[in-house]
Design a binder for this molecule. Structure first.
Ligand code: PEP
Length: 252
């Protein structure tokens, strides 16, 4: 059976002290509790703390991911961070396509395609986010929207490259709103996404690809999501910022 994956997306939260003490305490609690949570745990802190975070988690099964990379290899892009820079400090996972990047930083499919290419060039694992707006769901367009997002990004890549992806289905109306999708809505969409992978890449890949749900997961509803057949874990925002809450999600 596939291990469930729990990813903490800290966004622009937690300073140096908060980041390092969270990670040290997380390791300590997991070690002390000795309960088999059977989950792969990935934390995505801010850029300035990736190096120290990676250092703290070294030798543990917990992993660090970046929240973004620039689409170019190097050059005059003031304020940006490249895949090769991250690789040089031992980071090999990245979240791409998050709806906040799409909305606030105008990351359209063509830019995301370039980001995916550079991430793959440096051997990154990619957590690729897709999701529909409230308006689109209200008009019952969610399945077409998701199909389209995949068609113009992830589905450009070969079977060999797809092995580097996790997909995160994150309905935009559920992110940071406290109003999650129901686990039934999420399961239905995840089943649909898996069927698209089946059509495009065949059974082996569609069975293997991890499809995570994100959008107001908390310590009360996490278990219901994780029990669903096609939900392979969660991408957690708000409820990953507090250690006790995050631990409860890990042990859901
Ligand atoms: C996210 O931003 O990826 C997310 C899922 O946030 P939240 O859990 O706060 O809805």
């Amino acid at each position: 059976m596939k291990k469930k994956i729990v990813i903490a997306n800290w966004k622009m939260n937690h300073d140096f002290h908060e980041t390092t003490s969270f990670l040290r305490n997380l390791l300590k609690k997991i070690f002390e509790q000795k309960i088999n949570h059977n989950k792969e745990i990935i934390i995505a802190p801010s850029f300035p703390f990736l190096h120290i975070s990676n250092h703290i988690l070294q030798g543990s099964p917990l992993k660090i991911a970046a929240q973004n990379i620039h689409q170019m290899d190097k050059g005059s892009y003031t304020g940006e961070v490249s895949a090769s820079m991250l690789k040089s400090i031992g980071i090999s996972k990245v979240i791409l396509g998050h709806s906040e990047r799409r909305k606030f930083f105008c990351e359209k499919n063509n830019i995301l395609l370039e980001k995916i290419k550079i991430a793959l060039k440096y051997g990154f694992n990619i957590i690729f986010c897709i999701g529909e707006t409230y308006f689109e769901r209200n008009k019952n367009q969610q399945f077409n929207v998701i199909k389209d997002q995949l068609k113009h990004t992830v589905f450009h890549f070969s079977e060999n490259e797809i092995k580097f992806f996790h997909i995160a289905y994150e309905p935009i109306w559920a992110i940071g709103t406290g109003k999650s999708a129901t686990y039934q809505q999420a399961q239905k969409m995840h089943e649909f996404i898996r069927s698209l992978f089946l059509k495009k890449y065949g059974e082996n890949i569609s069975n293997k690809i991890s499809i995570l749900y994100g959008g107001s997961i908390n310590n009360f509803n996490a278990k219901d999501f994780f029990l669903q057949k096609d939900i392979d874990g969660g991408l957690i925002g708000n409820f990953s910022l507090n250690l006790e809450n995050f631990l409860k999600i890990i042990y859901s």
